[in-house]
Write a protein that binds this ligand. Structure first.
Ligand SMILES: Cc1cc2nc3c(=O)[nH]c(=O)nc-3n(C[C@H](O)[C@H](O)[C@H](O)COP(=O)(O)OP(=O)(O)OC[C@H]3O[C@@H](n4cnc5c(N)ncnc54)[C@H](O)[C@@H]3O)c2cc1C
Length: 504
C-alpha cells in the first residue's frame, strides 16, 4: 500500500519486468524513494529467456555493488539450483546451431558440416541459464515488495504533467490514482508509453534486420540429441549436450530457438525474415504449418509435444526491430529494451538491459540533483544505447543473409563470438565496460562494417563458389585474429568450440 497518501517519489519506474524490478531495488538501496508501476500482474508469461556469460557477470556485479547478495546465486546454474530450485530455469551450456534444408531430414558429416557448437561455460555448475521469466520476474517483484518499495500492479499511467515534478494520472484496478515523482524511468519494454505521454516515436526504419517471431511454450518436446542418435548421427565429440543450451535450428528463411527448462517445458519459436515472400499474408497457424511441412526435421521435434497451458497459444509478433527517437528527455529516461530491440539471435537482450541499467543508475546516483551534468551524461547514455543497437543489428543482419549458406553463416557468426569474448575479457579484467559488445571500439565496429560490405558483394551472386566462401572465411579469420583467444575458425576444431568460455 502507498506509504503516504500523496504518493510522492524521487523516481517512478514504469514496467515490472526483471529490469524494472532490479532498477527499483538498486535505486532504493542507493537511498532514492522509488515506486514501481506495472500494467499487468505477476506471475505472467514473458519471452526473453536465454542468459549469457555477460549477463551473468552483470548480475554478480550488481549483487555486490548494490548490496543485493541473494542475486548472486542467479548468475550460475549450480548456485541457482542450490538456493532456489523452486524458480524454474534451464541449463544453458552454450550456443548450438544445426542447419536444416527444405524437404530433408537433418544430415551432417564427421566434420560437422551442418553443426556449430560454441561452449559458453566449462561445466553445468558454472553454466548460464534459461530463465522461466514468469517465475523469475515474480520472484523479483516479491523482493521489491519485501524491500518496502511501493509496487502498484494493474496500474496504467494515463497522462503526465510536469512543472518542477511529474504528476502522473493513473488508473489502478480501474480506480483513479495520482503519483508524483521527480523522474521517470521507463522499463516497459516498448516505446508505447513514451509515445503516449511525450509523443516520442519509435521506428524500424534504420535497421538492416527485418524479422518477426512466432512462438510459444510446449510440453514434451523431443530431445534433439535423442533424434540425432536415432538418425545415427554421432554426438560423442559435442562439447556439451545441445539440449542443455540455446539450441538454434537454422533454416533458409530464419531460425528456431529451443530453450529447455528443467521441468517439462521448452520455449520454442521461429524468428523469420520479414522479407520472405512465401510467408507474407499468412496467418499465424499457416506460417507454423508451412514451416513444419517444409522442414521435416523440425516437424519431428514437435511431433509428440503439446502447447503448455501458459501461454496456451502460438503468439506472433510484428516486426521485431524498433528504436525510439530519444532515450531521455526532461525528467525521464528509458532502459535499453524500451529504447529498442533487434532480434533474439545471440540472446543479447538480457545482457544489454542489465548493462544499460547499470549505466543509468550510476548517472542518476551521481547527478540526480544536478541537471547540467545529468543531461550531458544522459546524452552519452543515449549515444551508447544507439551504437549498441546498431552493432547488434549489423551482426544479426549478416546472419539472416547467410542462413541459406551455412558455411558463410558459420564464418560470419564468429564476428559476434569474437566481439563477445573481447567484451567478456574487458569485464573480467575490471576495465571500464564501455559500450556493450564493444560498440565503442573502432576495431570491432570497423571489422563488422568491412566484413558486412564484403558479404554483400558475394551474397547475391547467382553462383556463390567454394572459392568465394573460402576467401570470405579467411578474411573473417584474419580480422578476428587480435580478439580470437578461442580458436574460432580453427579448421581442426570442426565447428566444436570447447574453450570460448570466459573464466568465471
Ligand atoms: C521474441 C523475443 C525473444 C527474445 N529472446 C531473448 C533471449 O533469448 N535472450 C535475451 O537475452 N533476450 C531476449 N529477448 C529480449 C528480452 O525479451 C528483453 O531484453 C527483456 O525482456 C527486457 O526486460 P525488461 O524487464 O526490460 O522488459 P519486459 O520483459 O518487456 O518487461 C516489461 C514489463 O513492463 C510492463 N509494462 C508494459 N507496458 C507498461 C506500461 N505502460 N506501464 C506499466 N508497465 C508496463 C509489462 O507488463 C512487463 O511486465 C527476446 C525478445 C523477443 C521479442
Amino acid at each position: 500500500m502507498p506509504e503516504r497518501e500523496d504518493n510522492h517519489y524521487d523516481i517512478l519506474i514504469a514496467g515490472g519486468g526483471f529490469a524494472g524490478s532490479l532498477t527499483a531495488l538498486i535505486l532504493h538501496n542507493q537511498g532514492f524513494k522509488v515506486c514501481l508501476v506495472e500494467k499487468g500482474q505477476h506471475p505472467r508469461f514473458a519471452i526473453g529467456e536465454s542468459s549469457t556469460p555477460i549477463a551473468d557477470m552483470q548480475l554478480r556485479d550488481i549483487a555486490v555493488k548494490y548490496n543485493l547478495p541473494w542475486l548472486f546465486d542467479f548468475s550460475r546454474y549450480g548456485s541457482w539450483q542450490q538456493s532456489h530450485p523452486e524458480i524454474v530455469c534451464g541449463l544453458k551450456r552454450g550456443f548450438s546451431f544445426f542447419k536444416h534444408y527444405p524437404g530433408q531430414n537433418f544430415t551432417t558429416d564427421t566434420d560437422h558440416v551442418n553443426e556449430l557448437l560454441v561452449a559458453a561455460s566449462v561445466d553445468d555448475i558454472q553454466s548460464d541459464t534459461n530463465w522461466l521469466r514468469a517465475d523469475f520476474d515474480a520472484f523479483l517483484v516479491d523482493k521489491v515488495k519485501e524491500a518496502g518499495i511501493n509496487y502498484f500492479d494493474l496500474t496504467e499511467i494515463i497522462a503526465a504533467k510536469r512543472e518542477t515534478q511529474w504528476e502522473f494520472k493513473c488508473t489502478r484496478h480501474d480506480e483513479p490514482l495520482t503519483i508524483h515523482s521527480a523522474f521517470l524511468i521507463d522499463a516497459t519494454g516498448s516505446g508505447v508509453l513514451i509515445d503516449n505521454l511525450f509523443g516520442v516515436k519509435s521506428s524500424s526504419d534504420s535497421f538492416l534486420t527485418d524479422s518477426f517471431a512466432v512462438f510459444s511454450h510446449f510440453n514434451g518436446i523431443a530431445r534433439w540429441t535423442e533424434l540425432l542418435k536415432k538418425a545415427g548421427i554421432p554426438t560423442d565429440d559435442f562439447p556439451y549436450d545441445p539440449d542443455n543450451s540455446a539450441l538454434h535450428q537454422i533454416l533458409d528463411e530464419g531460425w528456431i530457438w529451443m530453450l529447455r527448462f528443467n521441468d517439462q517445458r521448452t520455449s520454442f519459436g521461429f524468428a523469420l525474415s520479414g522479407r520472405e515472400k512465401s510467408l507474407q499474408g499468412l496467418k499465424t497457424q499457416e506460417i507454423w504449418d508451412a514451416m513444419l511441412k517444409k522442414y521435416p526435421g523440425i516437424n519431428q521435434v514437435l511431433e509428440d509435444s503439446v502447447l503448455a497451458p501458459v501461454p496456451g497459444k502460438i503468439i506472433q509478433s510484428g516486426r521485431l526491430q524498433r528504436k525510439v527517437d530519444s532515450c531521455f528527455g526532461t525528467g525521464w529516461a528509458v532502459l535499453p529494451h524500451t529504447a529498442g530491440f533487434v532480434d533474439p539471435l545471440f540472446s543479447s537482450g538480457i545482457a544489454h538491459s542489465l548493462a544499460g541499467m547499470q549505466k543509468l543508475v550510476t548517472i542518476l546516483g551521481e547527478n540526480f540533483n544536478n541537471p547540467e551534468p545529468l543531461y550531458v551524461d544522459l546524452q552519452q547514455y543515449e549515444d551508447s544505447v544507439f551504437a549498441e543497437l546498431k552493432l547488434i543489428d549489423q551482426l544479426v543482419a549478416g546472419c539472416y543473409l547467410t542462413m541459406a549458406h551455412f558455411k558463410l553463416f558459420n564464418a560470419w557468426s564468429m564476428l559476434y563470438f569474437a566481439a563477445t569474448i573481447a567484451h567478456e575479457q574487458r569485464l573480467l579484467k575490471k576495465l571500464p565496460a564501455g559500450c556493450f559488445l564493444g560498440a565503442d571500439d573502432e576495431y570491432i565496429t570497423n571489422m563488422v562494417q568491412e566484413i558486412y560490405t564484403d558479404l554483400l558483394k558475394i551474397i547475391d551472386s547467382p553462383q556463390l563458389s567454394d572459392e568465394d566462401v573460402t576467401q570470405f572465411t579467411n578474411r573473417v579469420r584474419e580480422r578476428i585474429k587480435p580478439l580470437n583467444t578461442a580458436g574460432l575458425l580453427d579448421v581442426s576444431l570442426k565447428n566444436m568450440y570447447r574453450h570460448t568460455a570466459a573464466e568465471l
